[in-house]
Design a protein around this ligand. Structure first.
Ligand code: SAH
Length: 282
C-alpha cells in the first residue's frame, strides 16, 4: 500500500480533517521523505528534534536512524494518534506543545552531548518565527533541515544583488551556511498546499560569520531592507540608528567605498558588518 493510501486510511480511522489553521499538509511522497532523512546524515549518536510530526510520516523514518527523536506537536488530536500508533517505538518522545513557546535550551539539554539536529516539514504560517527562534536563541543545534515554501527557500539561499536577497538572507547567513536541496511540488502533500515547497539545509556555523554587535547589526539590516525601493542612504539614513543621520551615513558609506545610490540588496553580509562596525566607532 502506498503511503498516500496509508495516510488516507489513518485519517478515516481517526476522523481526521486536516486543520488549515495549523498548516497541516502531510508529506506522502516516499522518495522525498527518504531524501530528507538521507540529507540530514543522521547517525545513531544524533538527537533529532522534529517540529510538527503530523501523522508521523517523517518521524518513523527519523527514529530508524537517530539515537533519540523528540517531536513537538501542537495539535492534541495528532498527539493522541501518534501515541497510539507509535507506542512500539522506544527512542521517540512525543511532546504536546507550541514550538514557539518551547524552551529550546532546556530541550537541547536532554541530548546529553549528542549532536542536535532539527528536521521538519514546517507549518508554513509560522516559518519565519520558527526559523528565527531556532537560530537566534543559539541553543546548540548543529544542523537544521526543513521544508518551507519555495519562495522562502529562494530568499534564504539568495546571493547578494538579486531581487530575492533580503533581511532573512542576511539573518540566516549570519548564523548558518544555507543550501537548497530539492524543490517539492504541491502534489507531494495530502492535502496539497497552495504553493510549491523546497527542502533547505542549514549547517550552523561554530560562531557567527562576522564579528559585530549583534543587536546593532540586526537593527541596521532591518532598517536597510524596510523600504525596498529606496536607496540605502534613504532607508537606513532616515532610521537614525545610533544617532547616525543621512549626512553621517553618507560619510560612512563613502569611507567604505559603497555607492551612495545603491539599494540594500546590493550589499553583502560583510558590507553590513563593516557598516555596523563603523556605526559603533562613530
Ligand atoms: N511532518 C508532517 C506534518 C507536517 S504539517 C509531514 O511531513 O507529514 C505541519 C505540522 O505542524 C502539523 O502536524 C501541525 O499540527 C503542526 N504544527 C502547527 N503549528 C505548530 C506549532 N506552533 N507547534 C508545533 N507544531 C505545530
Amino acid at each position: 500500500m502506498s503511503l498516500y493510501e496509508e495516510n488516507r486510511q489513518m485519517m478515516k480511522k481517526y476522523g481526521i480533517i486536516p486543520k488549515k489553521k495549523y498548516g497541516q499538509n502531510f508529506l506522502t511522497d516516499e522518495t522525498i521523505l527518504e531524501n530528507i532523512v538521507a540529507n540530514a546524515e543522521i547517525e545513531p549518536n544524533d538527537f533529532v528534534i522534529e517540529i510538527g510530526p503530523g501523522l508521523g510520516n517523517l518521524t518513523k523514518r527519523l527514529c530508524e536512524k537517530a539515537g533519540y527523536v523528540a517531536v513537538i506537536e501542537i495539535d492534541k488530536q495528532m498527539v493522541e494518534i501518534l501515541k497510539k500508533e507509535y507506542s512500539y517505538i522506544h527512542n521517540l518522545e512525543i511532546i504536546e506543545a507550541d514550538i514557539l513557546k518551547i524552551d529550546l535550551k532546556e530541550l537541547v539539554a536532554k541530548a546529553e552531548g549528542k549532536k542536535v539536529k532539527v528536521v521538519a516539514n514546517l507549518p508554513y504560517y509560522i516559518t519565519t518565527p520558527i526559523l528565527m527562534k531556532l537560530l537566534e536563541e543559539e541553543p546548540g543545534i548543529s544542523l537544521i533541515e526543513i521544508m518551507v515554501q519555495k519562495e522562502v527557500a529562494d530568499r534564504i539561499c539568495a546571493k547578494p544583488t538579486g531581487r530575492e536577497f533580503g533581511a532573512i538572507t542576511v539573518a540566516v547567513n549570519y548564523y548558518a551556511e544555507p543550501r537548497y536541496m530539492e524543490t517539492v511540488p504541491s502534489n507531494a502533500f495530502l492535502p496539497p498546499p497552495a504553493v510549491d515547497s523546497a527542502v533547505i539545509r542549514l549547517d550552523i556555523l561554530e560562531k557567527p560569520r562576522v564579528q559585530v554587535d549583534k543587536k546593532l547589526f540586526f537593527e541596521i539590516v532591518k532598517a536597510s531592507f524596510a523600504m525596498k525601493r529606496k536607496t540605502l542612504l534613504n532607508s537606513l539614513g532616515s532610521a537614525g540608528i545610533h544617532g547616525i543621520n543621512k549626512e553621517k551615513l553618507a560619510k560612512i558609506l563613502d569611507d567604505l567605498e559603497i555607492d551612495l545610490n545603491c539599494r540594500a540588496e546590493r550589499l553583502s553580509l560583510e558590507n553590513f558588518a563593516a557598516i555596523t562596525n563603523a556605526y559603533e566607532r562613530a
